[in-house]
Design a protein around this ligand. Sequence first.
Ligand code: COA
Length: 215
Amino acid sequence: MVSVRPLVAADVEAAVKLHLVVLDMEFLSRFGPSFMRTYYRAWTSTPGSMSFAALDDAGALIGVLLGATDPATHVRAMVREHGVALARAIVIAAAVRPRLAKDLVVTRAGRYARGVGRLILARFRPTPVPSADAPRVGEVTHVLVDPTAQGGGVGRTLIDAAITFAREAGDDELVLVTPPDLAARHFYEALGWRSDGSMTSRSGEPFLRYRYSLR
Ligand SMILES: CC(C)(COP(=O)(O)OP(=O)(O)OC[C@H]1O[C@@H](n2cnc3c(N)ncnc32)[C@H](O)[C@@H]1OP(=O)(O)O)[C@@H](O)C(=O)NCCC(=O)NCCS
């Protein structure tokens, strides 16, 4: 039997270990365990985020979901409260991984710097108030299940928890992106997510978009 509860600080070590095994192909994973610990700790404590742990009967962590019910608030809080620690962890990781440093500069450094600059400037301006009619769109950012537990309903239980949480938080819809070469797209389709075309990230990677209506 799988149970799901919010991810807490005590889960971070096991969550990072699992992330680095299951999503080893992700750019983020290349920053290594120290950065990932900072990233997960930040994620579990910022307003606007949602994070869940799936546990087996023995209480071992076998799955993780990260997302945000309010992505704009979440990103602002990540930068404001954890930006310095995250930047330090990125610099340290890049310093000992020359290929990562090169790829970081080529594909992301300018965009990250502009994004942080915009967020710093935003601190001196009033927080934009979204129009009351605008749909509230949350997102699922990562879903990962221990390879030995895949195919047993753990991913579905994590997605169900995110749907319930986002609905209770007042979201109208959830969105996500997934690389076209991952089998995960079949998983989202089996769970009723609607395909919404493709996109290329600002770093040049292709993604498929999916949406799930909460109304
Ligand atoms: C994708 C992933 C999260 C799915 O979790 P899971 O626990 O294996 O999936 P579940 O057992 O809950 O499956 C739920 C449904 O999706 C379907 N499904 C899951 N993986 C599938 C696949 N590779 N191909 C086709 N259908 C799949 C299942 O058949 C099931 O449908 P059913 O209930 O109608 O039979 C998991 O396999 C994983 O961690 N993969 C590697 C990481 C990854 O790709 N993450 C997503 C991108 S961030």
